[in-house]
Design a protein around this ligand. Sequence first.
Ligand SMILES: Nc1ncnc2c1ncn2[C@@H]1O[C@H](COP(=O)(O)OP(=O)(O)OP(=O)(O)O)[C@@H](O)[C@H]1O
Length: 642
Amino acid sequence: MSTGRGTSRRGTGGRGTDGRGTGKVKLADRTKEFARGLTAALALTVRACPGALAVRIATVLIAGIAPVAASWLLKYVVDNLADGGFRTADLTWAAAGIGLLTVLLAASAAVSAYADGRIRRATSTQAQTELLTAVNRLSGLSKLEQPAFQNRVQLGIQSAQGAERLVGAVLQCAQNVLTLAGFLGSLLLISPVLTGILVAAAVPALFAQLANSRHRADMFWRTSSLARRQIFYRGILTDPQAAKEIRLYGLGGYFARRMRSDLDGINRQEEQLDRRLAVYETGLAVLGALVSTGALVWAVHKAASGALSAGDVSLLVAALAGMQAALAALVGCIAQGHQTALMFGHYVHVTQVRDDLPAPAAPVAPPPLARGLELRDVWFRYSEDGPWILRGVDLAVPHGGSLAVVGLNGAGKSTLVKLVCRLYDPQRGSITWDGVDLRDIPADELRQRISVVFQDPMEYDLSAAENIGLGDLDAFDDHERIRAAAADADVHDVLAGLPRGYDTMLSRMFFPDDLDDPDDPGGSGVQLSGGQWQRVALARALMRSGRDLMILDEPSTGLDAVAERHVHDRLAELRRGATSILVSHRLNSVRAADSIVVIADGVVRESGTHDELMAAGGSYAELFRLQAEGYAQSEGYEEAVR
Ligand SMILES: Nc1ncnc2c1ncn2[C@@H]1O[C@H](COP(=O)(O)OP(=O)(O)OP(=O)(O)O)[C@@H](O)[C@H]1O
């Protein structure tokens, strides 16, 4: 589904600015963050696929214990062969035991790969569903408009897909701990000192890897704005909607260069980190090799003097190799788990984000509008450091009355509409619905009572019927109502005439779900014109025409003169007796409203009926005169042409 014109125009915003670069977070907070991420990922896996997790735990036990058991059986075989006083049957059983363990190991590897696949699919689906559900639970827009929150969502989506990596890392750790404990126990029997040296040599590796994983998590956070922005550039470079401007203005190379520059920025930071990692890892690998070589030389020396048996040496060699491998894997998976858990913190943050509109302490279900809507001394700005857009707006829409809102570009008309829909709460003053403050009404219940056409409606990559049916999900399959709404919006003939009628996809991006043959020319969908899209959006809103309040924010933008006339007449009919707010720059279409307000400098500058405002000779009268003059000139031109 496309994000429609709104998103493609708006872009993705700038750098994260919540001042919470993870590099500055204290160790205690980081540990908490790590524990929170880990617990959330494990809980998610238990919710998503408990069966596969149980299978995976069983394979961990097998893979953790089998190598140690096999090396003890090997020691038994080697010692007996060296002594000479053995029973062939015993050695045969021991060898068969080693074989059985090998088979078990191989089988558990295959089963564990299968279980990992199931865990990956289930956790990824579950995590993405939970994350997007959480984002959708935000009833307002302010959180979604914060770049830092967008960064979080982006990293949350990435880390949601990696929940399985975290669980995998934990399981790998458990497996390696088991193997390591077994080999350490074996080595302790041979030489406690040697065991101590081997463990001590692993400690720097562990700390270095933990530091690296922390740096990597920090780096992802630092580069998240760049990462999001390059996705935006990629989007507009491939979006057919953006293609015309991109080509006409020759912007392709410019945006490609900006994308390249963002990618270079990310790569530089990754490169820096990788370089440091390479230096650490080389040093640590050399240290590990030196310790193993020293241990081997020591063991050979001891065996030559008779202090160790041949079986001891074989056990020591197996233990050294097994320990080295288990230690390296353990350190690696701790580091990966650490980094993934830190990243998973973003997912946890988003899924636990609090609603940006405070829930009412004592919610009131909005009654059917009987008295009207009232704004009293409403002040609003989009952010704490932003300018006031509304500075004390007072107005009223009585039940059954129509209010028209006019004003220059940027005056705050659409802002007012968004406040009435409770997409934001005003910072000061109140908006009341039959005397009940909107803050006391659950946003979703309020919106059930409102029908609205926004200035920048969505264009869904769905069929025509679906694009309209979305206006009222309860009537999604009610073809009669969909057609009636389309007729009211003057778009029925256009939609009925499409290759598959109302089932035609209004998109050139996707095929319809029921299409058997993708080569079917009728299945490829169509792209409507701007004015036709506007009418589809209007039809979507008209699916809710029985609601208590109808809001139309520039409903006729892009309509041709015939459609505009038709739509306005029909809307006027529908608005008759219904409570409505109409925002329009076409002053001719607002003159019939019961009341007209002019918004300027954040307040209601003028209000009254058309005749009253014209008689007052203020800015409304001036604007009306300017528009009328424009038409008069056109008429004069037409006459001249005639
Ligand atoms: N989401 C937002 N975040 C920050 N500022 C915003 C946001 N939306 C609008 N604004 C700002 O609020 C002011 C009023 O915008 P609004 O869209 O309400 O004006 P309008 O009267 O509807 O204008 P127009 O006639 O051009 O549609 C503008 O200065 C705009 O930049």
